[in-house]
Design a protein around this ligand. Structure first.
Ligand code: ZN
Length: 282
């Protein structure tokens, strides 16, 4: 199943066409996309039963999509979750827990956006697999991790490196939370749609040139393992968003470092899910 947030309304995508959930369910489910995660199993059961009788959907413009989780209670991001990225960033590999930070939720947007570059900043790209939590998750075992996932999306952990690394100890959360710095989308894909949700190719291009390419099977902490470790400390709620870390190929890892400029276009793609498209302005 795929769900989207189209013009602020919860939408089911069937054969790439949009079906408005509030209308199709006669009001059983509201148009509030974030609210559906609180009733995720009930929603999945309704969608599976209703699919054959639903009206034919309508075409839509990807520019009208919002984040499939527009207002999570928590957005948690993992750093250094790929060996090659930890090496290019000059850090030791994490053993028990990756470095964890947040992107403040005001930075969340949909998949197709224009992002204003912070003036005087060094803005960098980080393609990441995003997990949207589908059930209350606290102190779970890794073997149960996927059962707690509503679905997956593509994320960009845009990062302004001067702010991120400023001061006596790094400011990860602040440097990664400028407006528009957390595009998520283009929609949510449930794990059962994917042949192997633990092994998806991620790719990122800047102005058409490939800068990152890896597979999620290269993660140090897999999706279920990450949920187990994070939830050993923090109770996760339905609709919470997890950014799972980026592979090598970011701008700070290049020699000399390469930052995003005005007019650049960044495209972030994950196999079986879809793509994000960001254009940068001054
Ligand atoms: Zn990141």
């Amino acid at each position: 199943m795929r769900i989207a947030n189209l013009s602020g309304r919860l939408t089911l995508l069937i054969d790439d066409l949009a079906v408005d959930v509030e209308k199709a369910s006669d009001g059983l489910f509201s148009a509030d996309t974030q609210a559906v995660y609180g009733r995720w199993e009930e929603f999945r059961a309704w969608a599976a039963a209703a699919e054959a009788q639903l009206p034919r959907g309508t075409e839509f413009d990807p520019a009208d999509l919002g984040s499939p989780a527009p207002a999570p209670r928590q957005l948690i991001a993992a750093g250094l979750n790929y060996r090659d990225h930890a090496a290019e960033a000059g850090f030791e590999l994490p053993d028990r827990m990756p470095p964890v930070f947040t992107k403040f939720t005001s930075s969340i947007t949909g998949p197709v956006t224009e992002v204003s570059l912070p003036s005087g900043g060094h803005t960098d790209w980080e393609i990441e697999l995003v997990v949207i939590v589908g059930a209350p998750t606290h102190r779970i075992a890794a073997k149960d991790g996927w059962k707690h996932v509503a679905g997956l999306a593509v994320g960009q952990d845009l990062s302004e490196r001067i702010t991120q690394l400023d001061g006596p100890s790094p400011q990860f959360s602040l440097g990664k939370s400028f407006p528009g710095f957390a595009p998520i989308g283009p929609w949510l894909v449930t794990p059962d749609e994917l042949e192997n949700p633990d092994d998806l190719e991620l790719r990122c291009t800047l102005n058409g040139e490939q800068v990152q390419k890896s597979r999620t099977s290269e993660m140090i902490f897999s999706v279920p393992d990450l949920l187990a470790r994070l939830s050993s400390v923090v109770p996760l709620s339905p609709g919470d968003v997890i950014f799972t870390g980026t592979p090598a190929g970011v701008g700070i890892g290049q020699n000399p470092p390469h930052w995003i400029s005005v007019g650049d276009e960044l495209v972030s793609t994950i196999e079986g899910i879809g793509e994000l498209r960001q254009r940068f302005t001054g």
